[in-house]
Structure formats: structure tokens, C-alpha cells
Design a protein around this ligand. Structure first.
Ligand code: C5P
Length: 421
């Protein structure tokens, strides 16, 4: 599965399995939902238990399976009302004709139909049945009623059926169902972040990774930057509600969910795209890229041939991207990074002023346990003088956690009222 596994925090799904041959697919669906990080509890109707055992679902979901409405033992564990409240989504897959009819009529004579009436969560049904039963007027009438009642119907696929018929009525594959559920939660989460997130309404541009400076058509000068910190920051800014553009040098990392990525190779290209982003309207510019300080003065048109004992190549200075952006009239809030091997704080504070930044995050790359290729980092953050904000020590943590703390630091600085002089 290719969707992002990292961003569904603690959501609860009640998967209701009803009587139909597609029930076997629901076992795999539980696995796929768990893979994404959902908590899953399974409800089975009597009919479902004729096709597959509760034990299968108990093993796969890691939770006891709910099968009865009026069972004192089960009610003492998680009662049906509690289960109805626990659900962030009630997903009925497969949904039999009978279940659809019960839902449409408002019956409450078993656990699932009662749960349907008792839950405030969204309800999704994935009908699966013989094509003739699907086409039956009563089924279509019930479906219409359910849609009017606010139930989301996942349309069945067409194809050959277990009964030998061909037509509409197959339950979509578990991967497809899990993807649809995941996308739904992503969208809901995004809508909240866009409204209430710390960076809601902001366009953030992040530069990340190394740059590659060509020598000839096959060789280049570069560095060991992996881009991990920049990618983590792009993801954290997106999670905080921002629109994010990630200008990435050559790295082998997946693009974070929701982030617009623009790939570049050289420092000059990175500056070009950064300036374009400024024209587009950029509120916060975060420069994590390890930009090569120099580039080859004249890139050879053809592969440089071996000849003689030494080879002299003339280098010229690359533009300083972050400093160039900071000099523009309509400048965004500027965040720089400094990787130093000594006098870390002193050099970082110097760069903050020299490059006209609003904030700088620095780390000591001489420490073997953090920095470049590591998954962890530790940083000290300084703010420009006008913010009158104390420096912050971000203790060693995963790059994701550090990114989150940097987002908070940016948010705090943006909300700092600069006193009029
Ligand atoms: O001067 P130094 O390379 O140490 O500065 C680091 C900071 O400046 C980082 O934020 C880096 O992304 C940015 N930078 C840049 N363009 C350069 C060199 C550094 O944007 N040519």
C-alpha cells in the first residue's frame, strides 16, 4: 500500500461483518486497517459467523469480538453503548441485504442494528451480494433511504461472483477499502489543521538535502546531507495546517503526505525555484538545505579525461539562498540552520545577524550521535533580537519531534508582538 502510514493518530474503527461470502475479505481488511494504525473492534452478526469465526477476528484485531446484544458478560466488558461511543467510524463490510433493510427500517433486534442507532459516528456500508439481490427494488429503496439518512455507501464492484453470476455486487478489495477510510481521516484531520493548526493559512517553503554541482556530464561535487531534517519539517508544517512546498536536492526520501515537492539539483536551480516561490507568496522560508558553497566555474561539455598527475578545477562561489531571500523587500519569516563542529552557538548567532534571519536552529555535527545521516537531532534555537525571545535548547530527540518543536518556535515568534519603539 502506498498511502502514508504515519498520520492517523489513535482513531477507532468498529468493523461490522455481516453474513456474506465476502466476509473472508474482512479478515484482510482488519490487517490493512491495523497497518495504518487504526484501533479496530469487530462486531459480527449471526450470519457472519456462518462464514468465518469470531476467533479469526479476535486474533487479527487484538480485541474481543462483539457478537451479542444481551450478553451480560460482554456488556460488562465494553457494552454496546460504550462501543457506539468508542467508534470514530462504523464500517459495515460486507453489508448484507438484510442489514441494509434493518438499518433503513430502524430495527434494533441485534447488536449491530442497535449499534447503528446508538452511534453518533459516521456510518459507512460496503454492500456485497448477488447481483440480482443488489438490483432488487427493495435493496435500492433501502439504499436510497440510508443515503438520505447520511450513510456513506461504498459502491460494490462489478465482476464474477462466488455464486457464478456476473454483475454488480462484489465487495471492493480490502486494500481499496482501507485506502478510502484512511483518506477520509486524512481529509478530516487536514480540515481541522487548516482551521486551527499552528501554521494555518501559511505557505511554508522548505529547502532540503544537498545540492549537486556538476563538473562534467558524469561527475559532481556534493555532500552527505540526507534531507531527513527538512523532510521532517515539511511534514510537521503540513500537519500544523500550512500549505508546504519542499524544494529538495537529490535525496532518496518519500515526499511527505500533502506536501508539494519540487526537485532541484544545483544551488542555482534551488535559488531559482525559491525566488519563484516568493513571487507565489511565501510566509515562512525554512532553509535546511546543505547548499554547496562553491560550484565549478566552467562545467565541461564532455567527460573530463584522465591526463597527468593533477587536475585543477576552478570553483566559484554559489549564491547564498537564504540570505538572498532575506534581502527581498517582501520577505517571509526566515529560518536558517547552522551545522557547526565548534563554537556552535557563537557561529550560529553570527549567521543569524549576517544573513538577516528571524530564527536559526543550530547543531553540533561533531557529535557522532546526531546530525546529518542520523534519525535524531539536538538543537539550540536563537531568535533575532527584535523578538526578545530566549534561546531554546531542544534536547536530543527524533527529527520528527525536533521538527514539531521548531514549528512551535516559529509559531511563538510569529505571534510575538514586536513593541513599537
Ligand atoms: O553559511 P552556512 O552554509 O553555514 O549557513 C547555513 C544556512 O544557510 C542554512 O540554513 C542553509 O540552508 C543556508 N544556505 C543557503 N545557501 C547557501 C548556503 C547556506 O541557503 N549557499
Amino acid at each position: 500500500m502506498s498511502f502514508d502510514l504515519s498520520v492517523i493518530p489513535n482513531k477507532n474503527i468498529v468493523l461490522a461483518v455481516t453474513g456474506g461470502i465476502a466476509a473472508y475479505k474482512s479478515a484482510i481488511l482488519v490487517r490493512r486497517l491495523k497497518d495504518v494504525g487504526f484501533n479496530v473492534r469487530v462486531v459480527m452478526t449471526q450470519g457472519a459467523q456462518a462464514f468465518i469465526t469470531p476467533l479469526t477476528f479476535q486474533a487479527l484485531s487484538g480485541n474481543p469480538v462483539h457478537t451479542e446484544l444481551l450478553n451480560p458478560e460482554a456488556e460488562a466488558g465494553m457494552g454496546h453503548i460504550e462501543l457506539a461511543r468508542w467508534a470514530d467510524l462504523l464500517l459495515v463490510a460486507p453489508a448484507s441485504c438484510d442489514t441494509l433493510a434493518k438499518f433503513a427500517a430502524g430495527l434494533a433486534d441485534d447488536l449491530l442494528s442497535t449499534l447503528y442507532l446508538a452511534t453518533k459516528s459516521p456510518v459507512w456500508v460496503a454492500p456485497a451480494m448477488n447481483q440480482q439481490m443488489w438490483a432488487a427494488k427493495a435493496t435500492q429503496r433501502n439504499l436510497n433511504t440510508l443515503v438520505q439518512d447520511g450513510v456513506h455507501v461504498i459502491m460494490p464492484d462489478a465482476g464474477s461472483q462466488a455464486c457464478g453470476d456476473v454483475g454488480l455486487g462484489r465487495m471492493p478489495e480490502p486494500e481499496d477499502l482501507a485506502r478510502q477510510v484512511t483518506e477520509y481521516f486524512h481529509k478530516a484531520q487536514r480540515a481541522i489543521a487548516e482551521k486551527f493548526g499552528m501554521l494555518a493559512g501559511k505557505h511554508v517553503v522548505v529547502t532540503a538535502g544537498p545540492t549537486r554541482e556538476a563538473m562534467d556530464p558524469v561527475r559532481y561535487i556534493s555532500n552527505h546531507s540526507t534531507g531527513k531534517m527538512g523532510f521532517a519539517l515539511a511534514a510537521a508544517c503540513y500537519a500544523a495546517g500550512a500549505k508546504v512546498t519542499l524544494i529538495a536536492g537529490p535525496v532518496s526520501l518519500d515526499t511527505p503526505n500533502g506536501v508539494r515537492r519540487m526537485n532541484v539539483s544545483s544551488a542555482v536551480q534551488m535559488l531559482d525555484i525559491s525566488m519563484q516561490m516568493l513571487d507565489e507568496g511565501c510566509d515562512i522560508f525554512i532553509a535546511t538545505a546543505a547548499v554547496a558553497d562553491y560550484r565549478v566555474a566552467e562545467v565541461a561539455e564532455h567527460k573530463i579525461k584522465k591526463a597527468g598527475d593533477d587536475l585543477n578545477i576552478s570553483l566559484i562561489k554559489n549564491p547564498d539562498i537564504v540570505a538572498t531571500i532575506a534581502q527581498q523587500q517582501k520577505r517571509p519569516f526566515m529560518v536558517g540552520f547552522a551545522a557547526e563542529t565548534r563554537n556552535v552557538e557563537e557561529y550560529a548567532a553570527g549567521k543569524l545577524v549576517a544573513k538577516k534571519l528571524d530564527m536559526i536552529a543550530c547543531n553540533d555535527v561533531s557529535r557522532a550521535d546526531i546530525g546529518f545521516a542520523s534519525d535524531e537531532n539536538a538543537m539550540i534555537v536563537f531568535f533575532a533580537e527584535q523578538y526578545q525571545m530566549q534561546k531554546r535548547d531542544l534536547e536530543k530527540a527524533s527529527k520528527q519531534e525536533i521538527a514539531q518543536q521548531l514549528v512551535e518556535a516559529i509559531h511563538d515568534a510569529l505571534h510575538y508582538e514586536i513593541e513599537p519603539v
